[in-house]
Design a protein around this ligand. Structure first.
Ligand SMILES: Cc1cc2nc3c(=O)[nH]c(=O)nc-3n(C[C@H](O)[C@H](O)[C@H](O)COP(=O)(O)OP(=O)(O)OC[C@H]3O[C@@H](n4cnc5c(N)ncnc54)[C@H](O)[C@@H]3O)c2cc1C
Length: 324
């Protein structure tokens, strides 16, 4: 019997969704292979979310120190390395987020454990972990194994697992730990957290989102799509390139570095379906994709798809609404 360790990701006193996804997947593996599920929290004093994590774990190891309240890859690496050296967990899961991308490679070097990044599934075969990763922009799934080791590190792509509403309660005990005394000097310092702000629209509250991607071609087309969204009684949203090109402000952006949305209907116009975008719509009801490329990955998650020019479809919808 081994241990699966889940590194709890949190921000501004709230647990991030990726943590619940990892706890769910780790819980399934622990049940099937009789492993122990341990969540490790590196957090500030008296974090309120500990109970949420304990419900889903067999044990919670809580390093409680205000120096850990905000993420620091250097500091977190040192603390996790100390824990891993002592407990030698079979698998350690970290989110493939801005946290994990910075933390996991250096932790792998420090611990000597092999690392697989950006995994969308985890299997255990003949006692060895294997991971599923997407290659060629999500067009091919590859199954990968690790070099032989007594422990393995995996970063998990957000949106890969869907924890059910009703959880399998484990009610783990919480073991509090102090920061080790012999930490090296840190090269980085947390200065402040700046929220991107809600802006004049809140895409997280809309029931209908008309979301536009790079496929809309130019800034001038944004207004037309906004008008369509409004005529349909919905709200405009977008993918990251639309923000990067300054066609819309950041608060319209859906995805891992934007917002997670949960509309009843999500219309994606000219969005290819990169995983960073799809991770933001896992909570959406019906997904309708309009894309001229029939092989676009968005069609894999869409409930309905239209393979056509998006402007033709937008005009047809406007016509229908006029008639209605
Ligand atoms: C760390 C990191 C974080 C990221 N975070 C996010 C994020 O939060 N949100 C996000 O969206 N992306 C994010 N990205 C970027 C992501 O990887 C993709 O590059 C991005 O989602 C692609 O946006 P897109 O689908 O609009 O553009 P593209 O991938 O360029 O797709 C455009 C699509 O439009 C279609 N198209 C073109 N013209 C037409 C037409 N006339 N009619 C119909 N279809 C047409 C094309 O076939 C194509 O499929 C992130 C990337 C990184 C590295």
């Amino acid at each position: 019997m081994g241990e699966i360790l889940v590194v709890v990701e949190h921000r501004q006193e709230e647990v991030r969704d990726i943590t619940f996804e990892m706890l769910f997947k780790a819980g399934e593996l622990c049940k099937e292979f009789s492993h122990t599920l341990t969540a490790v929290v590196l957090g500030g004093k008296e974090e309120q979310f500990i109970d949420e994590v304990a419900k889903r774990s067999d044990n919670v190891i809580y390093y409680e120190d205000d120096r850990l309240k905000n993420f620091s890859a250097d500091l977190y690496k040192e603390v996790l390395n100390g824990l891993i050296e002592k407990t030698r967990p079979f698998i350690t899961l970290i989110g493939h987020s801005s946290w994990g991308m910075e933390l996991a490679p250096s932790l792998s070097i420090k611990t000597g454990y092999p690392l697989a990044t950006d995994c969308v599934d985890i299997l255990i075969e003949d006692g060895h972990p294997k991971v599923i990763r997407q290659i060629y922009s999500g067009k091919v799934f590859s199954k990968m194994s690790f070099k032989e080791s007594d422990g393995y590190l995996i970063t998990v792509r957000p949106g890969s697992f869907q924890p059910p509403e009703a959880i399998d309660e484990r009610n783990g005990g919480v073991i509090k730990k102090d920061l080790p005394g012999d930490l090296p000097e840190m090269r980085k310092e947390f200065i402040e957290f700046i929220d991107s702000g809600a802006g004049d629209v809140d895409i997280t509250q809309a029931d209908l989102l008309v979301s536009v991607g790079r496929g809309i071609g130019e800034a001038e087309n944004v207004e037309d799509m906004k008008e369509l969204a409004e005529r349909m009684g919905g709200v405009l949203a977008c993918s990251r390139p639309v923000v990067d090109k300054n066609w819309l402000p950041k608060y319209y952006q859906v995805g891992t570095s934007g917002k997670s949305v949960k509309p009843k209907v999500y219309l994606a116009f000219g969005i290819s379906g990169a995983f960073q975008h799809l991770a933001g719509i896992t909570g959406a009801g019906t997904v309708i994709a309009i894309n001229k490329d029939k092989k676009a990955p968005i069609f894999r998650v869409a409930d309905y798809g239209v393979v056509d020019d998006l402007f033709k479809v937008a005009d047809a919808l406007k016509e229908q609404l006029k008639e209605g």
